[in-house]
Design a protein around this ligand. Sequence first.
Ligand SMILES: [Zn+2]
Ligand SMILES: [Zn+2]
Length: 249
Amino acid sequence: MEKIYTIPVNEAYESQCDCPLCALRQKAENDYLEYYLGPSLMEPDTRVITNKTGFCPDHMGKLNKREAKRLGLGLMLHTHLKDFDEDISKEIKAAAPGKAGLIKGRTTDYKAKLNAIADKIDGRVKLCPICDKINYTMDRYLEVISYLYAKDPAFREKFKRTHCLPHTAMLLRTAAGKMSQNEASDLVADIADNNSKAFEGLIADVEWFTLKFDYRNTDKPWGNSKNAIQRSMRFLSSDRSDFDETGKK
Ligand SMILES: [Zn+2]
Ligand SMILES: [Zn+2]
């Protein structure tokens, strides 16, 4: 097993976080954001890719927020805009012949054409080398998890943790795709235990959060409920900085 993936997996499972896979994903995302805001932004090999792909809306926003490498980003966006324009604008113009223009072919063909252009735009907007790299890295981490779960009893103990629901789904797919049936069923038993505890805890905490709005409960202690909304959102949709507890967002 490659150490560059094994070490972070063990560290994440030893750390205090809501979901070790969320922690790994966030770390990978940060690394790649830094990477694309570093010298690579100007390297010809990277530019060949980013000129074509740009970044997905999520990562475009995150790159912008870092307020770094504005010139590099500007140069990349300049070429990317030109590439997108060449690819899309001609097709849109061709589908808009003007008032006097004659639309050839049947209406269904014409409408299919509009949908095809829309699909092409949507497809291109989604392209993102940062997402690709994160997905690649997460696949390696999941391979490491299935390997360590099978071979390392100490890791099995560490694995008895809560995972958010999107990462629970990832682990189930990994179990189905990469593990023997015996190992998979052990892993699923661990997931089942921890998930039902997590659901129970969150359901109770969110309920108490709502009950705190009742004036009769105003003076009663919050218990674990103060951040129950953020913790529930992270559990349901994986850890995002949007759900931090500082109240900034
Ligand atoms: Zn997660
Ligand atoms: Zn992305």
